[in-house]
Design a protein. Sequence first.
Length: 68
Amino acid sequence: MLNLHKLSFMGIWRQMAEYLYIKKRDPNSPRTQWIKYMHGMNRISLIMFVVALLIMLLKFIILPLFGK
């Protein structure tokens, strides 16, 4: 059971790395038009999430250090 959970968790990190072009995708995986659309939307949402985290980091942690 633990091994299956670890594989699933590592699959999430692998997929995120593929979305951000850090890791090459598996050439044997199926690649239909709908899968391309889904991965494109996931890539956009992941990039927007990272940008929002950076903005929050800047607004709540970095700027108050220089404001005093």
